[in-house]
Design a binder for this molecule. Structure first.
Ligand code: DAH
Length: 340
């Protein structure tokens, strides 16, 4: 009697488990069979009516049926979990053959590219790259460069004064003096850096821009050394065919002084829009370091001589990359910058 009942419950339960589509329906089967009012539970409750001598046998039958149903349930649950996992993995697959996400990094500024190139050229000729302060003493910026108070050159280089003695440097030339004070000749240096002037912003002016100063001090340095060095410099920078021309000029800290022009690297000197029909482009100021400047910096002009030059970094960048408005260099627009 009990045996038949058990067999019936077991067959029904196994069939329902077989049909169960998900964990919920599996749970429903569990409740229906093993729940408080479940079919199986009813049979277990009926044990008290079983004759004592039959109880071990019936008990064994109940246990066996329970084990069989539970085993089937566990099996079904594990199958469902496995299937769910497979489904999930199908959606979460990572395609390792897809191209990687690009990391957008910035771009080197045309000034930086140009400066790196200039530095490389001078380092190749044995120059050191040095720096000086942007906030400078009036003494180094003017006085020690043979520009005394009330000198008209001070007017051309109006700047921002912190107080009477301290200002934002108008040129990198004060680094010449600082180097001569700090070192014994021979000195071969370039000094790139930021300079300041009280200028209105336009296509060719900015209150803050950059220069590269250069200086060589040793025994027996002549104007030929200046010419040879600067000619080599522009050959490397603008191409071997570049010609140079020196025009007499005046700077208080050099004697003699000159401005150097290079043949237009766009038209080769014939004259074009780029060189405004001149065939020549002015690129730097230079000269032999003034004996007074040497003496003030503690160097004996009877033993040593030297040359110096100063070039605008923006000017080189604008020329080299054919940019016609300096303001573009300061806007930091990545669409502009990434063209160089
Ligand atoms: N310091 C000058 C300027 O800003 C440029 C210059 C000219 C530098 C001649 C020099 C030099 O070293 O010899 O206009």
């Amino acid at each position: 009697m009990v045996k038949d009942k058990l067999e019936e419950i077991r067959q029904k339960a196994l069939a329902s488990i077989e049909e169960a589509k998900d964990q919920d329906s599996l749970n429903e089967v569990r409740v229906k069979v093993f729940g408080k009012k479940g079919e199986f539970t009813q049979v277990q409750k009926g044990m008290k009516d079983v004759a004592p001598e039959d109880r071990p046998k019936v008990g064994a039958m109940i246990n066996e049926a329970r084990a069989a149903i539970e085993e089937k349930m566990t099996e079904a649950r594990e199958k469902m979990q496995q299937k769910a996992l497979e489904e999930r993995l199908k959606h979460e697959t990572i395609d390792v053959t897809l191209p990687a996400k690009k990391n957008k990094i910035g771009h080197r500024h045309p000034n930086t590219i140009a400066l790196d190139e200039v530095e490389k050229i001078f380092i190749g000729m044995g120059f050191d790259v040095v720096e000086g302060p942007e906030i400078e003493k009036d003494y180094y910026n003017f006085e020690a460069l043979n520009i005394p108070a009330n000198h008209p050159a001070k007017d051309e280089q109006d700047t921002f004064y912190i107080n009477k003695d301290i200002l934002l440097r108008t040129q990198t030339s004060p680094v010449q003096v600082r180097q001569m004070e700090a070192k014994k000749p021979p000195i071969r240096m370039i000094a790139p850096g930021r300079v300041f002037r009280a200028d209105e912003v336009d296509a060719t002016h900015s209150p803050s821009f950059h220069q590269i100063e250069g200086m060589v001090i040793d025994k027996g340095i002549t104007f030929s050394d200046l010419k040879g060095t600067l000619e080599m410099f522009v050959h490397k920078l603008f191409g071997e065919d570049t010609k140079v021309k020196f025009r007499p000029h005046h700077f208080p800290f050099t004697e003699p002084s000159a401005e150097m022009d290079v043949s237009c690297f766009k038209c080769g000197g014939k004259g074009c829009r780029f060189c405004k029909g001149e065939g020549w482009i002015e690129i730097l100021g230079c000269g032999m370091v003034h004996p007074k400047v040497l003496r003030m910096s503690g160097i004996d002009p009877d033993v040593y001589s030297g040359f110096a030059f100063g070039v605008g970094l923006e000017r080189i960048a604008l020329l080299k990359y054919e940019i016609d408005d300096m303001r573009l260099l300061y806007e930091n627009d990545i669409r502009f910058l990434s063209q160089f």
